[in-house]
Write a protein that binds this ligand. Structure first.
Ligand SMILES: *Cc1c(COP(=O)(O)O)cnc(C)c1O
Length: 411
C-alpha cells in the first residue's frame, strides 16, 4: 500500500493527539529503523528511551516467542513463573522489598501516589496530606500523574486535578523547604528530569532531600521511568548518589518494547500501605511482559549493557561538548550516561531560522531528512537517548548526520 494513503487513513481514524513525522516505520535492526519507502534511520530516540537492546535482538525475540507458545496471559488471581522471577530480580537490582507490575509509566506513578497516600493515612488518620513535585517535571498523562507533572499547559484543560500538590523549583532546596509543612507526605522527582530538558538532580540536593525525608517521615519517590534501567550508566540513576528512595517507579527500558512498568517500595512502606484489595491491574505482571523483563535483565548481564551505557555515555558527552564548541547556538549540554540534552539558543523570530537561534523541532526535522532520529525535549533542547547497545561508530555517524543537518540549516 502507498505510504501517503496509509497516512491519510491514519489521520482519518486515529485521534490526533500527536504531532507526527510523515513517516511510517516498518522494521528495525540493531540501531537502525526502516520506513515503508525503505529509507534507513539511525535511531537516537529508542522509541523514547524504551528500546534499550535496539531492534530485532535475536535472544530477546526468542524468549518472547517461547513465552507466547507457553502462555501469554493469566489473571492475577493466580501466580505465574515469569512474574515471580521478574519481581525478585527487580527487587534485587533496586534494593527494594516489594514490587507491583503495571502496564505503563503513568500507571506506575499512579500506584506510587496511592501507596504514599495510604501510608500517610494509616499513620495520621486524616486526608489533609500534600505531595511535593517539581516544575518542568513529567510523570505521565493519566489524571494522578498529570497532577504531579509540573507543566501547566498539559494540566490546564483537565482541571480540577488532584488536590494537595505543590510544585518546587528543581535543584533548589530553599524552594523545596518553603513548600514543605507538617502535612507533607511525599516528595516525587525524576532523578534526571527527562521531558523537562535532561536535568539531573545535583548530588548535594539529592542528599538534602533524602535527609529532609528521613527527618520528617516523608516518603521519597523517585521516578526512574526514563533515566532508570541502565540508561544513566548504572541500573538506577539514584545509585550515582548513594541514597535509596522509599518508592521508585520504572517502565520504558524495563520491557525493551513490551508494554510494562512497575513501582517498588522498601520494607517500611511495604508493611504499612497497600493490602489485599487496595490495588490491581488485569494485565499487570502477565507472563508475556514479565518474560520480556526477564529477557532484558538476562541480556543486560550477558552483554554488559550497563557498562556499555556508561562508557558510551562518556563518549557521547565528549562528542556533544565538541558540538557545543562548534555551534555556539548550543548553549549547554547536560545529562548522564546515554541520556543527554543539548540546550539550544531560541530564535528571536519564533519558528524561523535566525543567526542567533533556532527551534529544536527544526533541527529534529532536518536530522530526520539525513536519516537520524533525535527527540526534542523541554522548552528548546535536543535529547539523545539511543539504545544502550550503541557503539562508538554509531555515535560518530550520528555526529556526522547532525553536522550535515546543521550545515543545511546554515550553521
Ligand atoms: C515516559 C515517562 C512517564 C510516563 O510513562 P508512560 O509509559 O508514557 O505512561 C513518566 N515519567 C517519566 C519520567 C517518563 O519519562
Amino acid at each position: 500500500m502507498q505510504t501517503d494513503s496509509l497516512i491519510t487513513q491514519a489521520e482519518d481514524f486515529i485521534f490526533r493527539t500527536y504531532k507526527r513525522s510523515q513517516i511510517i516505520l516498518e522494521s528495525g535492526k540493531g540501531m537502525y529503523l526502516y520506513d515503508t519507502q525503505g529509507k534507513e534511520y539511525l535511531d537516537f530516540g529508542a522509541g523514547v528511551a524504551v528500546c534499550a537492546l535496539g531492534y530485532g535482538h535475536k535472544d530477546f525475540n526468542e524468549i518472547l516467542k517461547k513465552q507466547i507458545d507457553s502462555i501469554i496471559h493469566t489473571s492475577n488471581l493466580f501466580y505465574n513463573i515469569p512474574s515471580i522471577l521478574a519481581a525478585q530480580k527487580l527487587c534485587e537490582m533496586s534494593q527494594m522489598d516489594k514490587v507491583f507490575f503495571t502496564n505503563s509509566g503513568t500507571e506506575a506513578n499512579e500506584g506510587a501516589i496511592k501507596v504514599a497516600k495510604k501510608y500517610a493515612f494509616l499513620r495520621d488518620k486524616h486526608h489533609k496530606h500534600n505531595i511535593i513535585a517539581f516544575h518542568q517535571s513529567f510523570h505521565g498523562r493519566s489524571l494522578g500523574s498529570l497532577s504531579i507533572t509540573g507543566n501547566t499547559a498539559y494540566q490546564e484543560p483537565f482541571k480540577p486535578l488532584l488536590e494537595g500538590i505543590r510544585f518546587a523549583e528543581f535543584n533548589n532546596i530553599a524552594s523545596l523547604e518553603q513548600n514543605i509543612d507538617s502535612q507533607t507526605c511525599a516528595i516525587i522527582l525524576e532523578t534526571i528530569q527527562g521531558e523537562g530538558g535532561i536535568t539531573p538532580i545535583n548530588k548535594d540536593c539529592m542528599k538534602k532531600i533524602r535527609k529532609i525525608c528521613d527527618d520528617n517521615d516523608i516518603l521519597l519517590i523517585l521516578d526512574e521511568i526514563q533515566c532508570g534501567m541502565g540508561r544513566s550508566g548504572k541500573m538506577f540513576a539514584w545509585q550515582h548518589f548513594n541514597i535509596l528512595p522509599d518508592i521508585f517507579t520504572t517502565a520504558k527500558g524495563l520491557g525493551n518494547g513490551v508494554p510494562v512498568g512497575a513501582f517498588g517500595v522498601n520494607e517500611k512502606v511495604a508493611t504499612s500501605s497497600l493490602t489485599i484489595g487496595d490495588h490491581g491491574s488485569t494485565y499487570g505482571g502477565n507472563p508475556l511482559v514479565c518474560a520480556g523483563i526477564n529477557a532484558v535483565f538476562e541480556i543486560f548481564e550477558r552483554e554488559n549493557i550497563i557498562q556499555n551505557a556508561q562508557i558510551m555515555g562518556e563518549y557521547l558527552a565528549k562528542k556533544l561538548d565538541m558540538c557545543r564548541q562548534k555551534y555556539p547556538i548550543f548553549i549547554k549540554r547536560q545529562g548522564m550516561g546515554l541520556l543527554q540534552g543539548l540546550w539550544i539558543q531560541k530564535s528571536d523570530e519564533g519558528n524561523t531560522i535566525h543567526n542567533n537561534g533556532i527551534e529544536n523541532t527544526r533541527i529534529v526535522a532536518k536530522a530526520l531528512e539525513h536519516g537520524l532520529i533525535l527527540l526534542p525535549a523541554g522548552d528548546n533542547s535536543l535529547r539523545f537517548a539511543p539504545p544502550l547497545i550503541v557503539s562508538q561508530h554509531d555515535i560518530d555517524v550520528m555526529i556526522d548526520k547532525l553536522d550535515a543537518a546543521m550545515q543545511d540549516l546554515g550553521f
